[in-house]
Design a protein around this ligand. Structure first.
Ligand code: ATP
Ligand code: MG
Length: 428
């Protein structure tokens, strides 16, 4: 006898999206797509694997992602490849490679899995889905305002506008950040005894990231640190003030957060996050900013770029918490067929219904069974109506329509009438 095999389980932090969950994903994805369409954003599809060098050069060698979160492996021919931890680098790589940044503007989006070797917990996974929105060729700040407006509209459509808050900051230019960085190192060196291990490590490599520390014991020392805003030059300051004026004019509320630095090296000028306090520690659902400098860093000519990434699992979690969140049923009509003539006729009628009513969601019972057992299945399917065909109905040239969730009466009718009735009742 064959030895019983042990079942293989998924990798920690990489989850399945089961059929009962997928309608919720579809609803959110459909809403996202409609909002993106209404702003003229176009989809770009990108590989999931890129050369490791791309991420090292763009995200930055001393960031959490590159230091400890990447899934990196050698290809069979020895090239170092990495499962994408985020989408911005690959999107920009593709646009440079295909000459899309030459005298053009682009508004793009993509959605798909990203991979980071983090400690799995609620809202933090090793494979997770991101929607990325990226724009190229526009210096802003009007397009900065546009992508914020777009996200704001998305929250409204999903019914979570009251549950999220916009936080805004400016990181200035590389030169301005360098001057600030020196002041910040001076300051933290005067308070070495208050720094945790992570911050001590970051002090020389990436001191701005200390401001982003999630350790509550660090709050005090961070609060006393110098403000980057005081080191911004005139152009950066104007850009930021103009953006603020536009948001004010459009009635988009925001909170200035001078500690918002983002975990990736490529940002400059505008940065923002949409945060919620309803998801515990993993409260950022969407984060983005301007990354003009990255284009030259990846070998392009001076140009402009701003975008954001939205964590789909966190967004879903927040959307599902709303009382009025409902998804459409996956089945409208369940067809019950009993008897050999009825089985044949049923299959033909089902095809006819699908042709006449293209939006109808019709599930046909397969594998036989008594009326009773098929009714049970119909009920469980969530269908609004059952269409019943027995050999009697076949000989009379009718089918029977039974409402399953209302007290409308069951009635026999020819197929032509069935089509009319379903089209009216289901608006399909
Ligand atoms: P965090 O501070 O939560 O680690 P991050 O700064 O690393 O976030 P980004 O790289 O800016 O995140 O990614 C954008 C969004 O993607 C985040 O705001 C979050 O919603 C989502 N996200 C990031 N990492 C994960 C993860 N491991 N699991 C699920 N969602 C994630
Ligand atoms: Mg992170």
């Amino acid at each position: 006898m064959a030895k019983k095999q042990q079942a293989i389980q998924a990798i920690r932090g990489m989850h399945d999206i089961l059929p009962e969950q997928s309608p919720r994903w579809h609803k959110v994805e459909t809403t996202i797509k409609a909002v993106l369409d209404s702003y003229g954003y176009r989809e770009i599809r990108l590989p999931i694997v890129e050369k490791t060098e791309l991420f090292k050069r763009s995200i930055g060698e001393v960031t959490d992602i590159v230091e400890k979160e990447m899934y990196t492996f050698d290809d069979r021919n020895g090239d170092s490849l990495t499962l994408r931890p985020e989408g911005t680098a690959g999107c920009l790589r593709a646009c440079l490679e295909h000459g899309l940044l030459h005298n053009q503007v682009h508004r793009l989006w993509y959605c798909g899995p990203m991979f980071r070797h983090e400690r799995p917990q609620k809202g933090r996974y090793r494979q997770f889905y991101q929607l990325g929105v990226e724009t190229y060729g526009m210096a802003g700040p009007d397009v900065d305002a546009e992508i914020i407006l777009l996200s704001d509209r998305l929250w409204r459509r999903l019914g979570i506008r009251g549950n999220v808050e916009l936080q805004l900051n400016s990181l200035g230019t590389i030169e301005e950040r360098a001057a600030y960085r020196d002041k910040l190192i001076d300051y933290f060196k005067r308070h070495l005894d208050l720094l945790d291990e992570d911050s001590l490590r970051r002090l020389e490599t990436n001191p701005l990231r200390i401001l982003d520390s999630k350790n509550p014991d660090m709050k005090g020392v961070i609060a006393g640190a110098p403000e980057l805003m005081d080191y911004l030059g005139e152009e950066s300051r104007n850009h930021f003030n103009e953006l603020r004026a536009m948001l004010d004019d459009l009635g988009i509320a925001y909170v200035l957060n001078s500690r918002l630095v983002r975990g990736l090296d490529y940002y400059g000028k505008t940065v923002f996050e949409w945060v919620t306090d309803e998801l515990g520690a993993q409260g950022t659902i969407c984060a983005g900013g301007r990354y003009d400098g990255l284009i030259e860093q990846l070998g392009g000519k001076k140009n402009f770029a701003i975008g954001f990434a939205l964590g789909m699992e966190r967004l879903l979690a927040l959307v599902e918490m709303q009382d009025d969140f409902q998804v459409e049923p996956t089945v409208d009509v369940f067809m019950i067929r009993v008897g050999s003539e009825a089985e044949k006729a049923g299959m033909r009628i089902a095809e006819q219904l699908r042709s006449e009513l293209p939006k109808l969601k019709l599930l046909v019972n397969c594998g036989g069974g008594s009326f009773k057992s098929q009714f049970k299945k119909a009920d469980k399917s969530g269908a609004e109506y059952a269409v019943i065909i027995g050999d009697d109905e076949v000989s009379q040239g009718v089918v029977s329509l039974k409402p399953l969730r209302s007290d409308r009466e069951q009635r026999n009718m020819p197929v032509s009438e069935l089509i009319q009735v379903l089209s009216e009742w289901l608006a399909c």
